[in-house]
Design a protein around this ligand. Sequence first.
Ligand code: 13P
Ligand code: SF4
Length: 301
Amino acid sequence: MSKSLIEKIGTLKRKINAIILAHNYQRPEVQDIADYTGDSLELSRKAAETGADVIVFCGVHFMAETAKILSPEKTVLLPDENAGCPMADMITAEQLAQEKKKYPGVQVVCYVNSSAAVKADSDICCTSANAVKVVQAMDADRPVLFIPDQYLGLFAMRSSGTKMHFWPGYCPTHMKIGVDDIARQKKRYPDAKIVVHPECRPDVIDAADEALSTGGIIRYARAYKKKTLIVGTETGILHRLGKENPAVEYVPVTERSLCPNMKRITLEKVLWAMEELKPKIEIPENIRQKALLAVERMLAL
Ligand code: 13P
Ligand code: SF4
């Protein structure tokens, strides 16, 4: 990677007082220039507490939007405005409003992988790191609707015992991870443990040793003592894992689990975004304020 490109990013970052946040699925070179790399929950906490004027969010749209919900006075840049999350697009605010009518008194738990407008009409947000805790905190006497990820919802229901209704959304990247892939890797590496993301299908989660958020997978690998760890999530995480605990060999359950949207962010686009201060995330203030309530309830837990 061009050294001068990295130097330019560093110089401009200081000039405009920016912080670069990167999700664990980002390209290796983007992770390497970030001030902080983490999972959705860790990145939203960083966005809320930073003293920088500009947040350059290397991730997908809903993540940058969450940063803007929390820090409206800051400029939040998403270096490629087309970096979306297909799962977040699987439910609209209008669809949610219709669905809520089916369950009088419903409490909506909204996975952070959703638009600001959908968050605004939800009671509380969650991420994959805290979904079980959030669901456990719901009022047991009222119905709970979990949106948009049916598989994370099912995982949270099974782990917490809280009965819920689901929206039939899913992550196309994690759908590509199958039990047959797990069986094949288990055969090749019989001593290895298998850790997967809770966006995976239930049969995949059942076949694994652990289901954890990307941040949880990083912590698990830090303390891991065996030779090989089999990892079932977006393959961008392998770079971070290798940096955190290089003594372990990390093997993906399948190479197919790649999120094309996460890979849209490149170093060039990071530089251009800082030079031009765009693409900027903007949210109508009435929606932002309502969405903030759902995000703050989650962060308070
Ligand atoms: P994490 O919150 O675990 O980083 O997951 C975000 C995501 O989009 C997973 O596909
Ligand atoms: Fe969305 Fe799946 Fe990509 Fe995560 S991996 S950003 S849930 S499409």
